[in-house]
Design a protein around this ligand. Structure first.
Ligand code: DHB
Ligand code: MG
Length: 223
């Protein structure tokens, strides 16, 4: 598919409405310098997440998959003075890059990076009996997305907003015969969304400077 128009329009929207500061602009280079991939959300998607956090008055945010801290910075900038965010990253090299970027953004007092397996850290958070998160953004490894969603529900209250990235993958999720850990993980996740009755969910397709994909949006309607 020729996505030239989608890229052009994404750039049009960005130049009109999305103002990345010098920290956000520098993040691709900080990842490159550390030989890390740049599988980050786009600027417009960053702003979208920020708006979602503002819309639900998020004071406590959880993110799965920090990478360079790009989405964490967008989200944390929606937090009030006393707001907090935990972001989980399995890879120490990525976490080191993110830590620096979050420091440069002046957000170290609000954003805590937890290094380790998301599954284990989510279980720990559950055991901590902490107050539920207002917004959870799932963007870590895709194979266990369904399990991440179930654990996220345990960390939620009625009204918690759960968002997940990469759930369409250029429509490959519609292929029932595909053998691919990434796609199969997302397919299981999407089916779980469909089966989870105490959550109101949809998926929005995303086009633009990144390949065609989708972001799921779920509100916990009862616990
Ligand atoms: C890729 C993209 C993502 O947004 C992500 O979270 C992981 C991987 C990718 O295109 O490889
Ligand atoms: Mg992603």
């Amino acid at each position: 598919m020729d996505n030239y128009i989608f890229k052009e329009v994404d750039n049009y929207i960005s130049s009109l409405l999305i103002h990345e500061d010098e920290v956000l602009l520098s993040i691709p280079q900080t990842l490159k310098d550390a030989n890390l991939p740049f599988s980050t959300i786009s600027p417009n998607q960053g702003k979208f997440l920020q708006i979602m956090a503002l819309a639900c008055n998020a004071k406590n945010i959880l993110e799965l998959g920090t990478l360079g801290g790009y989405s964490a910075i967008w989200l944390a900038r929606a937090l009030p003075e006393d707001g907090k965010m935990i972001t989980i990253e399995i890879d120490a090299a990525r976490a080191a890059v993110a830590k620096k970027n979050i420091e440069r953004a002046g957000l170290s007092d609000k954003v805590e990076i937890r290094i380790g397996k998301a599954m284990e850290i989510l279980q720990q958070l559950n055991q901590d009996n902490r107050e539920p998160f207002d917004l959870i953004f799932i963007d870590a490894d895709k194979e266990p997305y369904a399990e991440y969603f179930k654990l996220s529900l345990q960390l939620s209250r009625q009204g918690t907003f759960i968002i997940a990235d990469n759930v369409i993958r250029e429509g490959q999720v519609m292929n029932a015969n595909i053998k691919d850990d990434f796609i199969n993980g997302v397919q299981r996740f999407n089916n779980l969304l469909a089966m989870t009755t105490n959550v109101t969910s949809t998926i929005i397709q995303t086009v633009g400077i990144k390949p065609h994909d989708g972001i799921s949006l779920s509100i916990v309607s009862s616990k």
